[in-house]
Write a protein that binds this ligand. Structure first.
Ligand SMILES: [Zn+2]
Length: 383
């Protein structure tokens, strides 16, 4: 249970304030925002996108993409049956804090042949495997800058937008300290209420203890088939120093079988594989180490950051192998979505720079063009 993120998120806000005030120029480690639209233009020039910067997708359309896939199904006896008779399932993997300009580490940019993808030695890319049948899309977080929907480019607001289909102005989380209302539910809870088995895992206390605590309570009280898991938390007989309201809620989000040999993102990989083996229908897990490396060593450019990107992509590849096996042998078809929540700048995020706002979504089934924005300029769209 990492509490460090609470500290670094405060540091991120300070860093963002510092950047705005121009006070970080003495710190050579910190990258300054690229002027004007240079960052977005650089990212937009990659060959692998299915859309363009001016049609960048608000990240909350992940929710609608999931609904489009599952709402074609008849849900009976706890399974979602597609019109073709297959059982449909959903996998969502979060790459926390992985900037859009880190994608060329795992995807070949045909417009820049001098820069082969870093993973060309292993020749494995989970993100590329999704792209081959679906696509990789330019997206954005942070709401529409300067309007009522503006929200921090932070973890809680961003993942909750992916999960609920709206910005924080509606779901209630604009900063890491807010709690989601129950008017807007995560798609995991919505389908658990319809009888599907779902799971949401993160190694960050705050998300489960504060941001979505009303959903945790709802699942506990109504015994719904949804699992929450803080994968590196152990059961306790006394309330430990998190912001969990009760010992019961604290223990409710601990894993049944903690993986003591596999911490953090390898533990997340193993948790996802375990839930898959248990037969879950919707599994959402978030890899955290890219964001952690960004906060410690710098977003986008540090060696540690690049290494975390490559590692997470490989962990995701192990999960894709398990999905392929199930599709071959178990009459299942899976919607898979990988995405980040926000970018980063220097060693922080939270503010409205292009480096922080610009995000991406990869999926094995193309996103409907009705989810494209129009006239997006990096901060707002026209429609
Ligand atoms: Zn994050």
């Amino acid at each position: 249970m990492k509490i460090s993120k609470i500290i670094v998120s405060s540091a991120a806000v300070l860093a963002a304030v510092g950047i705005l005030a121009g006070t970080l120029s003495a710190c050579k480690k910190d990258e300054q925002p690229q002027s004007d639209s240079a960052y977005l233009e650089k990212v937009n020039a990659y060959s692998f996108w299915s859309n363009t910067a001016d049609t960048a997708i608000p990240e909350y359309h992940t929710y609608h993409h999931v609904h489009d896939f599952l709402d074609e199904c008849e849900i009976k006896n706890g399974k979602a049956y597609a019109p073709n008779g297959k059982i449909r399932k959903v996998l969502f993997i979060g790459f926390d804090g992985m900037r859009a300009d880190a994608l060329p580490y795992v995807l070949t940019d045909a417009n820049n042949k001098d820069l082969p993808a870093y993973n060309s030695i292993t020749n494995i890319s989970a993100i590329q495997r999704l792209q081959q049948t679906g696509g990789v899309y330019l997206a954005y977080c942070g709401g529409e800058t300067g309007t009522d929907t503006e929200q921090t480019t932070s973890t809680s607001a961003s993942w909750t937008s992916h999960f609920t289909g709206v910005w924080g102005a509606q779901h209630g989380i604009k900063t890491n300290d807010d709690a989601k209302n129950m008017q807007y539910k995560t798609f995991m809870l919505e389908y658990a209420e319809k009888g599907l088995h779902t799971a949401l895992a993160f190694d960050w206390d705050q998300y489960l203890d504060v941001n979505v605590k009303e959903e945790v309570k709802c699942v506990l009280e109504n015994q719904l088939p949804m699992q929450f898991c803080d994968i590196d938390r152990a059961k306790s007989d006394k309330l430990k120093k998190t912001r969990a309201e009760t010992l019961e809620l604290y223990n409710f989000v601990t894993p049944k079988a903690p993986s003591d040999s596999a911490p953090y993102d390898t533990g997340m990989r193993d948790y996802i594989l375990d839930r898959m083996a248990q037969g879950d229908d919707i599994i959402c897990g978030i890899f955290h180490n890219i964001d952690s490396a960004g906060h410690s060593y710098g977003f986008g450019v540090s060696t540690q950051y690049k290494a975390a990107v490559l590692n997470c992509d490989l962990y995701a590849a192990s999960v894709l192998n398990a999905v392929a096996e199930r599709e071959k042998n178990q009459n299942e078809e899976w919607l898979m979505i990988f995405a980040n929540d926000h970018g980063g700048l220097g060693t922080g995020h939270g503010a409205q720079t292009l480096e922080e706002r610009t995000t991406w979504i990869a999926t094995n089934i193309p996103l409907d063009e009705k989810y494209y924005s129009s006239g997006y300029d990096g901060f707002h769209c026209k429609g």
